[in-house]
Design a protein around this ligand. Structure first.
Ligand SMILES: Cc1cc2nc3c(=O)[nH]c(=O)nc-3n(C[C@H](O)[C@H](O)[C@H](O)COP(=O)(O)OP(=O)(O)OC[C@H]3O[C@@H](n4cnc5c(N)ncnc54)[C@H](O)[C@@H]3O)c2cc1C
Length: 579
């Protein structure tokens, strides 16, 4: 064992990630924890360890090390008295991605995680200081490439899938490109992995050959759905802003709440580098940080968040709802909030994801308009959203080119927009035109290569921003057509959700956010007529919980009435009630 030696100098805190607790703050934590002596070389937190305490250093120095005890061991930093160890994973139930080891004899205060949650909840100043430090530390760990390694080719879709899963879930990891990194092949040989078995994930002593996202999650100890006998009060499907809001309100109001997401928490908002229009964040907040904060908040109230957990079915079972998963056990619940959002249709061009969020956008609000000042802009789409965006952005941009696939702008766009576009001096409409390539470096667009789809002739257009308005698809295919939807597949709720008479077996009149099944609600972007914004999604998630309570109360009342008949609660009971 290579214990870092004493006498090492404490790493300065350049990023605000390693604040020194004041004497007063340590005294506050003392009432929750227990002091203990530590020996030089004693491991306080082991890489991969899931259950651990928060350690505050009272005396001596502690080293944070990556790959401790391996040939690739790397000293990350040294902490001294007054600092506390660990990072976000302590609160989210993830394993530690680094090892913390005492460099010299000293003393620490060990605070159990349950007590730490209490501090975060009841002592806002101290709680915020710890939380903020943990969030920055996660950022630093990601930047350092600590955690597991993904070895695979940049050309492999499976490598891309694993990298996207790690990035969307903000899991510290390092990607070793088989195409470029000379060490990659030697590493594979050493592990006994043939090139056709790649990508591989290497995490501590495990080598996973082309694992599924769920296998990777399991291997690094993320909480995944487990079989349970218990009936949930509420299952939230989708952990974007709407689902996370439903989780926070549901769990905080005493409902046994489980949240399931196929990919990552944060949803579409999680892919936004800065959300500028969400109430209460005057300088903006990244979607990832908003999601991380919401996850901690939901977990604090006892919501169980499971990722990856793709829901493939919603059915009725014994008077309750049964949620089917593609990689886990069935979950039974009294009520369901569907918050699976929508996926914006994307252009089929290479390297699109490198430019998304930096130069390629799917909305044209004031924020995007500010980026357009005196810039050449291209817009793709022939519907009203593309038309509105064209006129709006033309107030700011030096030039706007609207690219449409066919020859008639009036085919899918309102006449008033077509007329204004035709008259606008800075707008040019390019008909029969499709984007084939994006040009630029580091996500900064300089131009697009477009093709005339009648002649195949290509040319380059200058553009520093590209806006895409080619529609959004709701994530509802997993519902198997059981719930009422509008003509574009978005879930109908409230009075509109009543099923056609021939299909109706109940007089149930859905509440505001209720779908055509009682006790199944739809919120956020997946709902027909919703405003596609973070704030409205969060608002609907919160409202839905109130309606869940009302539904459960109706079912309870009904059980009282039917007590002698002994009917089950849940959807069957309510249908009978309304019949
Ligand atoms: C790049 C970008 C930037 C944006 N910027 C802003 C902004 O600045 N301000 C603003 O107000 N709005 C912004 N928006 C819009 C905003 O992000 C969305 O309106 C909002 O995220 C909708 O929230 P939601 O929870 O309804 O759905 P989503 O965010 O779409 O989340 C749905 C979740 O459901 C999960 N899911 C889907 N199907 C399943 C399934 N079968 N099983 C389990 N899980 C499933 C998905 O993985 C996803 O995590 C932006 C959108 C994008 C794409």
């Amino acid at each position: 064992m290579s214990a870092p030696r004493g006498g090492l100098v404490e790493t300065p805190d350049a990023s605000g990630a390693f604040p020194n607790l004041s004497r007063e703050q340590i005294a506050q934590l003392r009432s929750y924890g227990r002091r203990r002596r530590v020996q030089a070389g004693e491991v306080l937190i082991q890489e991969g360890e899931q259950t651990r305490d928060l350690f505050v250093i009272l005396a001596g120095k502690v080293a944070v090390v990556q790959g401790y005890g391996t040939p690739e061991e790397r000293l990350i930093r040294i902490h001294g008295p007054g600092r506390f160890l660990d990072e976000l994973s302590l609160l989210t139930g993830q394993p530690s991605f680094v090892t913390s080891v005492a460099c010299e004899p000293g003393e620490v205060l060990a605070v159990p995680v349950s007590a730490l949650r209490e501090v975060v909840a009841h002592n806002p100043r101290l709680g915020d200081l710890i939380l903020q430090a943990f969030l920055i530390r996660r950022e630093l760990l990601i930047g350092l490439g600590a955690g597991f390694r993904i070895v695979g080719s940049r050309f492999s879709p499976e490598t891309r899938r694993l990298r996207e899963f790690a990035a969307r879930n903000r899991l510290p990891h390092r990607w070793i490109d088989l195409e470029e990194d000379p060490a990659a092949e030697a590493l594979l040989q050493q592990m006994g992995v043939a090139p056709e078995e790649t990508p591989v994930v290497i995490w501590r002593k495990q080598v996973l050959r082309n694992p599924s996202n769920a296998e990777l999650a399991r291997a690094i100890g993320l909480p995944v759905p487990e079989p349970s006998e218990d009936l949930c009060d509420l299952v939230v499907v989708g952990a974007g802003p709407a689902g996370l809001a439903a989780a926070v309100y549901g769990a905080s109001e005493g409902l046994g709440t489980v949240v399931l997401d196929a990919v990552a928490t944060g949803g579409q908002a999680g892919t936004s580098s800065r959300i500028e229009n969400y109430l209460g964040f005057p300088t903006g907040i990244s979607g990832a940080e908003l999601a991380e904060r919401a996850v901690i908040q939901a977990a604090k109230f006892g919501a169980a968040i499971r990722v990856p957990a793709e829901v493939t079915q919603l059915g009725k079972r014994d008077g309750h709802y049964a949620i089917g998963l593609n990689n886990g056990p069935e979950i039974c619940t009294r009520t369901v909030v569907i918050a699976t959002g929508a996926r914006y249709r994307k252009l089929d061009v290479p390297q699109l994801e490198d430019f998304e969020g930096k130069s390629v956008y799917y909305a044209a609000t004031l924020m995007e308009a500010q980026f357009c000042q005196e810039q050449p802009v291209a817009i793709v789409g022939g519907g009203n959203s593309a038309g509105q965006a064209t006129l709006y952005l033309a107030q700011h941009a030096s030039r706007v080119r609207l690219l449409i696939r066919d020859g008639d702008l009036g085919k899918n766009m309102s006449r008033y927009l077509v007329d204004q576009i035709a008259r606008h001096p800075r707008v040019e409409v390019l008909r029969y035109t499709e984007v084939r390539e994006l040009l630029g470096d580091d996500g900064q667009l300089t131009g697009v290569i477009v093709e005339d789809n009648r002649t195949g002739e290509r040319r380059t257009l200058a553009a520093t921003l590209l806006f895409v308005f080619i529609g959004a698809q709701p994530c509802t295919s997993w519902l198997g057509g059981n719930l009422a939807v509008d003509e574009r597949g978005f879930l109908l709720t409230g009075p509109e959700a009543v099923r056609p008479k021939a299909e109706r077996n109940t007089d149930h009149r859905p509440d505001l956010l209720e779908t055509s099944w009682p006790g199944v609600l739809a919120v956020g972007d997946v709902r027909s007529g919703s405003i596609k914004r973070v704030a409205s999604a969060v608002g609907e998630g919160a409202m839905a919980v109130r309606l869940v309570h009302e539904h459960l109360a109706r079912v309870e009342d009904h059980i009282d009435v039917l007590a002698a008949g002994g009917r089950s609660p849940g959807p069957g009971a309510e249908e009978a009630n309304h019949a």
